[in-house]
Design a protein around this ligand. Structure first.
Ligand code: BDR
Ligand code: CA
Length: 321
Protein backbone atom coordinates (compact mmCIF):
# COMPACT_ATOMS: atom_id res chain seq x y z
CA UNK A 1 0.00 0.00 0.00
CA UNK A 2 1.25 3.47 -0.85
CA UNK A 3 2.08 5.55 2.26
CA UNK A 4 -0.45 8.32 2.90
CA UNK A 5 0.82 11.54 1.41
CA UNK A 6 0.43 14.65 3.51
CA UNK A 7 -1.27 17.33 1.47
CA UNK A 8 0.42 20.66 1.94
CA UNK A 9 -1.87 23.62 1.43
CA UNK A 10 -0.48 27.09 2.01
CA UNK A 11 -1.74 27.98 5.50
CA UNK A 12 -2.48 31.67 5.89
CA UNK A 13 -1.52 32.95 9.32
CA UNK A 14 -4.36 34.90 10.95
CA UNK A 15 -3.91 38.66 10.84
CA UNK A 16 -2.96 40.07 14.27
CA UNK A 17 -5.55 42.79 14.76
CA UNK A 18 -6.60 45.56 17.13
CA UNK A 19 -10.12 46.96 16.71
CA UNK A 20 -10.60 50.56 17.84
CA UNK A 21 -14.31 51.36 18.09
CA UNK A 22 -17.21 53.38 19.52
CA UNK A 23 -20.12 50.91 19.77
CA UNK A 24 -22.54 51.93 18.30
CA UNK A 25 -24.85 49.52 16.48
CA UNK A 26 -22.68 48.95 13.41
CA UNK A 27 -19.53 48.73 15.54
CA UNK A 28 -21.25 45.99 17.55
CA UNK A 29 -22.02 44.03 14.38
CA UNK A 30 -18.45 44.54 13.19
CA UNK A 31 -17.19 43.03 16.46
CA UNK A 32 -19.43 39.99 16.00
CA UNK A 33 -18.18 39.57 12.46
CA UNK A 34 -14.57 39.77 13.67
CA UNK A 35 -15.25 37.14 16.35
CA UNK A 36 -16.45 34.83 13.58
CA UNK A 37 -13.40 35.32 11.34
CA UNK A 38 -10.68 32.63 11.41
CA UNK A 39 -8.60 34.97 9.23
CA UNK A 40 -8.20 37.36 12.18
CA UNK A 41 -6.40 37.07 15.52
CA UNK A 42 -8.10 39.72 17.62
CA UNK A 43 -5.58 40.91 20.20
CA UNK A 44 -7.79 43.44 21.89
CA UNK A 45 -10.59 45.97 21.54
CA UNK A 46 -9.96 49.64 22.28
CA UNK A 47 -12.78 52.09 22.82
CA UNK A 48 -13.15 55.77 22.11
CA UNK A 49 -15.83 58.41 22.59
CA UNK A 50 -17.91 58.86 19.43
CA UNK A 51 -21.41 57.59 18.80
CA UNK A 52 -22.00 57.80 22.55
CA UNK A 53 -19.70 58.87 25.41
CA UNK A 54 -16.72 56.70 26.37
CA UNK A 55 -18.37 55.09 29.40
CA UNK A 56 -21.09 53.74 27.09
CA UNK A 57 -18.83 52.70 24.20
CA UNK A 58 -16.73 50.78 26.75
CA UNK A 59 -19.69 49.10 28.44
CA UNK A 60 -21.25 48.29 25.04
CA UNK A 61 -18.03 46.60 23.89
CA UNK A 62 -18.21 44.49 27.06
CA UNK A 63 -21.91 43.73 26.44
CA UNK A 64 -21.17 42.48 22.92
CA UNK A 65 -18.26 40.30 24.10
CA UNK A 66 -20.54 38.79 26.74
CA UNK A 67 -23.38 38.29 24.26
CA UNK A 68 -21.02 36.30 22.02
CA UNK A 69 -19.31 34.53 24.94
CA UNK A 70 -15.97 36.16 24.05
CA UNK A 71 -15.02 37.52 27.45
CA UNK A 72 -11.46 36.32 26.74
CA UNK A 73 -10.91 39.39 24.53
CA UNK A 74 -9.43 42.26 26.54
CA UNK A 75 -11.10 45.67 26.25
CA UNK A 76 -9.07 48.84 26.84
CA UNK A 77 -10.84 52.17 27.39
CA UNK A 78 -9.37 55.08 25.44
CA UNK A 79 -9.92 58.79 24.99
CA UNK A 80 -13.08 60.43 26.32
CA UNK A 81 -13.01 63.34 23.84
CA UNK A 82 -11.46 64.47 20.55
CA UNK A 83 -8.07 66.24 20.45
CA UNK A 84 -9.39 69.80 20.08
CA UNK A 85 -13.13 69.83 19.47
CA UNK A 86 -15.96 69.17 21.86
CA UNK A 87 -17.42 65.67 21.49
CA UNK A 88 -20.19 65.24 18.90
CA UNK A 89 -22.27 62.11 19.51
CA UNK A 90 -24.83 60.29 17.35
CA UNK A 91 -27.38 59.13 19.90
CA UNK A 92 -30.17 60.05 17.45
CA UNK A 93 -28.86 57.28 15.16
CA UNK A 94 -27.67 54.66 17.65
CA UNK A 95 -30.08 55.39 20.53
CA UNK A 96 -29.25 56.86 23.94
CA UNK A 97 -27.61 53.57 24.99
CA UNK A 98 -25.69 53.25 21.71
CA UNK A 99 -27.30 49.87 21.05
CA UNK A 100 -30.81 50.79 19.96
CA UNK A 101 -33.13 47.85 19.28
CA UNK A 102 -31.82 45.42 21.91
CA UNK A 103 -31.53 45.47 25.68
CA UNK A 104 -28.51 43.68 27.07
CA UNK A 105 -27.76 43.16 30.76
CA UNK A 106 -25.27 45.31 32.65
CA UNK A 107 -21.87 43.79 31.73
CA UNK A 108 -19.79 42.04 34.36
CA UNK A 109 -16.50 41.38 32.54
CA UNK A 110 -13.70 43.69 33.64
CA UNK A 111 -12.31 46.55 31.62
CA UNK A 112 -8.52 46.53 31.43
CA UNK A 113 -6.74 49.08 33.61
CA UNK A 114 -4.23 49.91 30.85
CA UNK A 115 -5.21 52.87 28.67
CA UNK A 116 -6.07 52.09 25.03
CA UNK A 117 -3.25 54.30 23.75
CA UNK A 118 -0.66 52.40 25.80
CA UNK A 119 -2.11 49.05 24.78
CA UNK A 120 -1.83 50.06 21.11
CA UNK A 121 1.77 51.23 21.57
CA UNK A 122 2.94 48.25 23.65
CA UNK A 123 1.27 45.68 21.41
CA UNK A 124 2.76 47.13 18.24
CA UNK A 125 6.25 47.63 19.66
CA UNK A 126 6.38 44.13 21.13
CA UNK A 127 4.95 42.17 18.21
CA UNK A 128 7.14 40.29 15.74
CA UNK A 129 4.54 40.26 12.96
CA UNK A 130 3.32 43.74 12.05
CA UNK A 131 -0.06 44.66 13.52
CA UNK A 132 -3.19 45.61 11.58
CA UNK A 133 -5.59 48.18 12.98
CA UNK A 134 -9.29 48.42 12.17
CA UNK A 135 -10.68 51.79 13.22
CA UNK A 136 -14.45 52.13 13.46
CA UNK A 137 -14.75 55.44 15.29
CA UNK A 138 -13.01 58.82 15.62
CA UNK A 139 -9.25 58.44 15.24
CA UNK A 140 -8.28 59.98 18.60
CA UNK A 141 -6.63 56.90 20.15
CA UNK A 142 -4.47 56.11 17.12
CA UNK A 143 -3.44 59.76 16.67
CA UNK A 144 -2.29 60.03 20.28
CA UNK A 145 -0.47 56.69 20.03
CA UNK A 146 1.39 57.98 16.94
CA UNK A 147 2.27 61.23 18.71
CA UNK A 148 3.36 59.52 21.93
CA UNK A 149 5.41 56.79 20.22
CA UNK A 150 6.10 57.50 16.52
CA UNK A 151 8.14 54.27 16.22
CA UNK A 152 4.89 52.29 16.08
CA UNK A 153 4.43 53.38 12.46
CA UNK A 154 7.22 50.99 11.44
CA UNK A 155 5.40 47.92 12.74
CA UNK A 156 1.89 48.59 11.45
CA UNK A 157 0.87 46.35 8.55
CA UNK A 158 -2.10 48.48 7.58
CA UNK A 159 -4.87 50.63 8.99
CA UNK A 160 -8.37 50.07 7.63
CA UNK A 161 -10.53 53.04 8.50
CA UNK A 162 -14.30 53.48 8.31
CA UNK A 163 -14.41 57.15 7.57
CA UNK A 164 -14.77 59.92 5.06
CA UNK A 165 -16.73 60.38 1.89
CA UNK A 166 -15.82 60.75 -1.76
CA UNK A 167 -19.13 62.52 -2.37
CA UNK A 168 -21.69 63.38 0.33
CA UNK A 169 -21.26 63.65 4.08
CA UNK A 170 -23.65 62.28 6.69
CA UNK A 171 -23.08 64.65 9.62
CA UNK A 172 -22.62 67.78 7.48
CA UNK A 173 -23.04 68.10 3.70
CA UNK A 174 -19.27 67.64 3.42
CA UNK A 175 -18.16 65.38 6.23
CA UNK A 176 -18.60 61.86 7.49
CA UNK A 177 -19.19 61.38 11.24
CA UNK A 178 -15.96 59.63 12.35
CA UNK A 179 -13.67 62.10 10.62
CA UNK A 180 -15.82 65.13 11.52
CA UNK A 181 -15.80 64.09 15.16
CA UNK A 182 -12.01 64.37 15.42
CA UNK A 183 -10.63 65.93 12.22
CA UNK A 184 -7.32 66.81 13.87
CA UNK A 185 -6.74 63.20 14.87
CA UNK A 186 -7.62 62.15 11.32
CA UNK A 187 -5.04 64.64 10.02
CA UNK A 188 -2.37 63.11 12.27
CA UNK A 189 -3.19 59.62 11.01
CA UNK A 190 -3.45 60.63 7.33
CA UNK A 191 -0.04 62.34 7.45
CA UNK A 192 1.71 59.46 9.23
CA UNK A 193 2.83 57.60 6.08
CA UNK A 194 0.94 54.49 7.19
CA UNK A 195 -0.61 52.13 4.63
CA UNK A 196 -4.24 53.24 4.94
CA UNK A 197 -7.39 51.90 3.33
CA UNK A 198 -10.42 54.13 3.66
CA UNK A 199 -13.90 52.61 3.62
CA UNK A 200 -15.96 55.67 2.78
CA UNK A 201 -19.69 56.38 2.93
CA UNK A 202 -19.80 55.90 -0.84
CA UNK A 203 -19.15 52.22 -0.22
CA UNK A 204 -21.07 51.74 3.02
CA UNK A 205 -24.19 53.48 1.68
CA UNK A 206 -24.45 50.64 -0.82
CA UNK A 207 -24.26 47.97 1.94
CA UNK A 208 -27.87 48.41 3.02
CA UNK A 209 -29.77 46.04 5.32
CA UNK A 210 -32.86 45.84 3.12
CA UNK A 211 -36.02 44.14 4.51
CA UNK A 212 -35.11 41.04 2.45
CA UNK A 213 -31.62 40.87 3.95
CA UNK A 214 -33.03 41.35 7.47
CA UNK A 215 -35.47 38.51 6.85
CA UNK A 216 -32.60 36.33 5.66
CA UNK A 217 -30.85 36.97 8.99
CA UNK A 218 -34.01 36.13 10.97
CA UNK A 219 -34.60 32.98 8.91
CA UNK A 220 -31.34 31.58 10.22
CA UNK A 221 -33.02 31.20 13.64
CA UNK A 222 -29.80 31.94 15.46
CA UNK A 223 -29.85 34.18 18.56
CA UNK A 224 -27.00 36.39 17.35
CA UNK A 225 -28.54 36.80 13.87
CA UNK A 226 -31.79 37.75 15.59
CA UNK A 227 -29.95 40.30 17.74
CA UNK A 228 -28.25 41.74 14.64
CA UNK A 229 -31.59 41.96 12.81
CA UNK A 230 -33.18 43.74 15.79
CA UNK A 231 -30.30 46.20 16.01
CA UNK A 232 -30.49 46.90 12.28
CA UNK A 233 -34.28 47.24 12.25
CA UNK A 234 -34.18 49.97 14.87
CA UNK A 235 -30.97 51.66 13.64
CA UNK A 236 -32.26 51.61 10.06
CA UNK A 237 -35.32 53.70 10.86
CA UNK A 238 -33.12 56.83 11.10
CA UNK A 239 -31.66 56.37 7.62
CA UNK A 240 -35.02 55.38 6.20
CA UNK A 241 -36.71 58.52 7.50
CA UNK A 242 -33.85 60.94 6.93
CA UNK A 243 -32.19 59.66 3.79
CA UNK A 244 -34.86 57.55 2.16
CA UNK A 245 -32.66 54.46 2.35
CA UNK A 246 -34.24 51.01 2.21
CA UNK A 247 -32.62 50.15 5.54
CA UNK A 248 -29.49 50.62 7.63
CA UNK A 249 -26.06 51.08 6.05
CA UNK A 250 -23.55 48.64 7.58
CA UNK A 251 -20.62 51.02 7.78
CA UNK A 252 -18.24 49.41 10.26
CA UNK A 253 -18.68 45.72 9.32
CA UNK A 254 -17.35 46.66 5.87
CA UNK A 255 -13.95 47.24 7.50
CA UNK A 256 -13.87 43.69 8.84
CA UNK A 257 -15.09 42.35 5.51
CA UNK A 258 -12.28 44.19 3.76
CA UNK A 259 -9.77 42.34 5.94
CA UNK A 260 -11.32 38.89 5.52
CA UNK A 261 -12.72 39.17 1.98
CA UNK A 262 -10.86 41.92 0.14
CA UNK A 263 -12.06 40.50 -3.19
CA UNK A 264 -15.52 41.94 -2.38
CA UNK A 265 -14.14 45.47 -2.82
CA UNK A 266 -12.67 47.61 -5.55
CA UNK A 267 -10.13 50.24 -4.54
CA UNK A 268 -8.23 53.13 -6.03
CA UNK A 269 -5.08 54.75 -4.60
CA UNK A 270 -5.39 58.53 -4.32
CA UNK A 271 -3.81 61.43 -2.52
CA UNK A 272 -6.14 62.37 0.35
CA UNK A 273 -6.17 64.92 3.14
CA UNK A 274 -8.47 66.32 5.81
CA UNK A 275 -10.07 69.77 5.67
CA UNK A 276 -9.27 71.58 8.92
CA UNK A 277 -9.89 75.26 8.10
CA UNK A 278 -13.27 75.74 6.46
CA UNK A 279 -16.15 76.15 8.92
CA UNK A 280 -18.57 74.65 6.40
CA UNK A 281 -16.39 71.73 5.32
CA UNK A 282 -14.57 70.87 8.54
CA UNK A 283 -13.60 67.19 8.54
CA UNK A 284 -14.15 66.65 4.84
CA UNK A 285 -11.88 64.02 3.30
CA UNK A 286 -10.39 65.73 0.27
CA UNK A 287 -9.88 62.83 -2.12
CA UNK A 288 -7.87 63.79 -5.18
CA UNK A 289 -9.53 61.32 -7.54
CA UNK A 290 -7.76 62.59 -10.68
CA UNK A 291 -4.56 63.42 -8.82
CA UNK A 292 -4.71 67.05 -9.85
CA UNK A 293 -2.29 67.81 -7.01
CA UNK A 294 0.23 65.25 -8.30
CA UNK A 295 0.85 64.33 -4.69
CA UNK A 296 1.74 60.73 -3.77
CA UNK A 297 -1.29 58.41 -3.91
CA UNK A 298 -0.94 57.49 -0.26
CA UNK A 299 -4.49 56.41 0.63
CA UNK A 300 -6.21 53.35 -0.77
CA UNK A 301 -9.82 54.38 -1.28
CA UNK A 302 -12.44 51.63 -1.37
CA UNK A 303 -14.84 52.48 -4.17
CA UNK A 304 -17.34 49.59 -4.36
CA UNK A 305 -18.47 46.52 -2.43
CA UNK A 306 -20.33 43.44 -3.61
CA UNK A 307 -23.17 44.03 -1.14
CA UNK A 308 -25.10 40.83 -1.88
CA UNK A 309 -22.05 38.64 -1.23
CA UNK A 310 -21.20 40.71 1.84
CA UNK A 311 -24.62 40.14 3.47
CA UNK A 312 -24.48 36.45 2.63
CA UNK A 313 -21.05 36.21 4.26
CA UNK A 314 -22.23 38.19 7.30
CA UNK A 315 -25.17 35.86 7.91
CA UNK A 316 -23.12 32.72 7.26
CA UNK A 317 -20.41 33.76 9.65
CA UNK A 318 -22.48 35.17 12.51
CA UNK A 319 -24.76 32.13 12.45
CA UNK A 320 -21.62 30.03 12.94
CA UNK A 321 -20.77 31.69 16.27
C1 BDR B 1 -19.74 56.01 11.17
O1 BDR B 1 -20.27 56.86 12.17
C2 BDR B 1 -20.86 56.11 13.19
O2 BDR B 1 -22.12 56.62 13.50
C3 BDR B 1 -20.90 54.68 12.74
O3 BDR B 1 -20.67 53.81 13.83
C4 BDR B 1 -19.80 54.60 11.71
O4 BDR B 1 -18.57 54.27 12.30
C5 BDR B 1 -20.52 56.23 9.90
O5 BDR B 1 -20.43 57.57 9.51
CA1 CA C 1 -18.43 53.42 14.60
Amino acid sequence: MMPARSLSYPVMKPIPLIIDCDPGVDDAIALLLAFAAPELRLLGITTVAGNVPLSLTSSNARRICELAHRTDIPIYPGCPRPLLNALTTAAEVHGETGLTGITLPEPTMALQSVHAVDFIIDTILNSAPPITLATLGPLTNLAIALIKEPRIAQNIQQVVIMGGAITHGNITPSAEFNIYCDPHAAHVVFTSNLPITLITLDVTHTAIATPKRLQNLRDRQHPLCEAVANLLQSYGSYDQERHGFEGAPLHDPCVIAYLTDPHLFRTRPCPASIELQSPTSLGRTIIDWYNTSQNPKTINIATTINAEAFFQMLGDRISGL
